[in-house]
Ligand binder design. Structure first.
Ligand SMILES: Nc1ncnc2c1ncn2[C@@H]1O[C@H](COP(=O)(O)OP(=O)(O)OP(=O)(O)O)[C@@H](O)[C@H]1O
Ligand SMILES: [Mg+2]
Length: 496
């Protein structure tokens, strides 16, 4: 029997720059296959070609052994059974769940008008088959949580006669529990014979949920192997093309009495009497479950959120940051977790984005075009950002490279305190190590870093001290010597 899906010798260039070169990729019925590669390796592009969002320049795609026409449209591709859940979800926020699922295919009544009752009933059935009874078909998508939106996308995919489901970094925004639910669903769909293509930078997840792994590097096919035959380390090495080292948190060697930032008794609707201190040059992790108040606490420090009570001290002096610009001018930086919404200006160039904060902070001074160009060059080199030119729109960058742009604009202004909220989400293993090295370097030069992260390995690997939050409160603090995953989790879940 023919393979479920075969992509043969696929090549693609953007504006004359090759992004994929003769790539072969195939999926069997019921197979969960991981597609791995560094940021910018071409994973999303290959999958967008499969979903008929981009056209390939050369090659062939066969579904059930049958060649697909080159000029096929995305909707036709979905009808034939190939659906893609994008890295940045793709739903219409102002429409209902059911409207999104049946967009352009709404069931019509005798009068020729949309039969809403039927549409909602069918959407309900689909959601129930995924175990998602709690999502109402008539709810507006804008009111749903990320994990629920993803389930709506999956419901939409299975509303076609689904054969191949592509998931581009589906767990990047999910909690551990939501991830577990998604994995159960992936296994269930695979049992029904659906082929699943799973893109992720979390190698642990790949070992957990995938049967095989295909690796791309610089737009080229490198290797395809059963997951049982490769270690996480080997996958990383194949991706990067060299040995990837793993970093270890260094001891804090600064002065414990040199307090840079102090938060005293901060409370608001979510935060409950939060107090903590951070020293100059220290790397502190802020851990806890999603919703525990970590991001909100950082927003208070940065002047996005106004606390009801409590004070903030910078170098021993009380400060009030009414707006982010106050915090920026006082030397605080904030790499936000949602790059799409608050991290980058998607319709602007790389150069404009990288110089954005510099312009806010140093208004009117040093703002020559030449300086901007030099700044951008420096950052592209320092963070190894993969792009065609400085003037390329950020919207055209790969997911991980967008994240690097967010980091770059803050590194450029050399803040004394840098808050990093999920700094390596969507970042590949090699680049992650580079970012950890930068964090270490910053701390050694006296900068203070606060890392908010859901990734426990990350917290343990780079932070010298870990503060754990639960339901708006600080539940515990772990020093360098007694930090373990178990201890963090037991504070985070309030089990101790
Ligand atoms: N529409 C586009 N126009 C121009 N260049 C593009 C476009 N889409 C992607 N690229 C370029 O193609 C290359 C591959 O990008 P792609 O998004 O496929 O990477 P990826 O492997 O998915 O990376 P990540 O892990 O960061 O998501 C990148 O260098 C990117 O800048
Ligand atoms: Mg991608």
């Amino acid at each position: 029997m023919a393979k479920l899906l075969e992509m043969k010798n696929i090549s693609k260039s953007f504006y004359g720059v090759p992004v994929l070169t003769n790539v072969n990729f195939s999926v069997d019925r019921g197979e969960v296959i991981a597609l791995c590669g560094e940021n910018g390796a071409g994973k999303s592009t290959l999958m967008k070609i499969l979903a008929a969002i981009y056209r390939y320049d050369q090659g062939e795609i066969l579904l059930d052994g049958e060649p697909l026409p080159h000029h096929i449209q995305p909707l036709e591709m979905q009808k034939r059974g190939v659906s893609m859940i994008h890295q940045e979800l793709n739903l219409m926020e102002h429409l209902t769940v059911a409207q999104n699922i049946f967009l352009t295919r709404e069931p019509l009544g005798k009068s020729g008008l949309i039969n809403y009752r039927k549409m909602n009933a069918e959407a309900k059935k689909l959601l129930e088959s995924l175990g998602q009874d709690n999502i109402s078909p008539t709810a507006l998508v804008s009111t749903l949580k990320t994990a629920q939106k993803q389930m709506v996308e999956i419901a939409k995919a299975i509303s076609f006669n689904l054969k191949v489901l592509i998931m581009d970094e589906p767990t990047a925004m999910l909690t551990q529990r939501e991830t577990d639910i998604l994995f159960d669903l992936i296994r269930k769909l695979a049992k029904q014979g659906i082929g699943i293509i799973y893109i992720s930078h979390r190698l642990k997840e790949i070992k957990e949920v995938c049967d095989s792994v295909t690796i791309l590097r610089d737009g080229m096919f490198i290797v395809s192997k059963p997951v049982s035959e490769v270690t996480e380390q080997q996958i990383a090495n194949y991706m990067v093309g060299r040995e990837v080292s793993t970093s270890q948190a260094s001891d804090f060697c600064g002065d414990c009495n040199d307090i840079v930032l102090e938060v005293r008794n901060v409370s608001d609707s979510l935060l409950k009497n939060v107090s903590f201190k951070v020293c100059r040059g220290e790397i502190v992790g802020l851990s806890g479950l999603v919703g525990s108040g970590r991001s909100e606490l950082m927003e208070v420090i940065f002047g996005i959120r106004k606390p009801k009570t409590g004070e903030i001290y910078l170098n021993g002096k009380k400060i009030v940051n009414k707006k982010p610009v106050h915090a920026i001018k006082r030397g605080i930086g904030f790499v936000t977790e949602d790059r799409q919404k608050t991290g980058v200006v998607i319709k602007r160039s790389i150069r404009e984005n990288i110089n954005l904060i510099d312009q806010v902070k140093n208004k009117g001074f040093f703002n020559s075009a030449r300086k901007h160009k030099a700044n951008t060059d420096e950052m592209i080199k320092r963070l190894n950002i993969r792009c065609a030119s400085q003037t390329q729109l950020v919207s055209n960058l790969s997911g991980g490279n967008k994240q690097k742009i967010v980091l770059a604009k803050w590194l450029l202004v050399d803040q004394d305190i840098l808050i990093l909220d999920e700094p390596t989400r969507g970042i590949d293993v090699g680049a992650r190590e580079e970012i950890y090295a930068i964090i270490n370097e910053l701390s050694k030069s006296g900068k203070t870093i606060i890392v908010v992260s859901s990734d426990l390995t990350e917290v343990l690997n780079i932070c010298q001290r870990v503060i754990v939050m639960h339901e708006g409160m600080i539940k515990g603090e772990l020093t360098h010597d007694d930090r373990t995953e178990e201890k963090i989790m037991s504070f985070a879940t309030n089990a101790c």
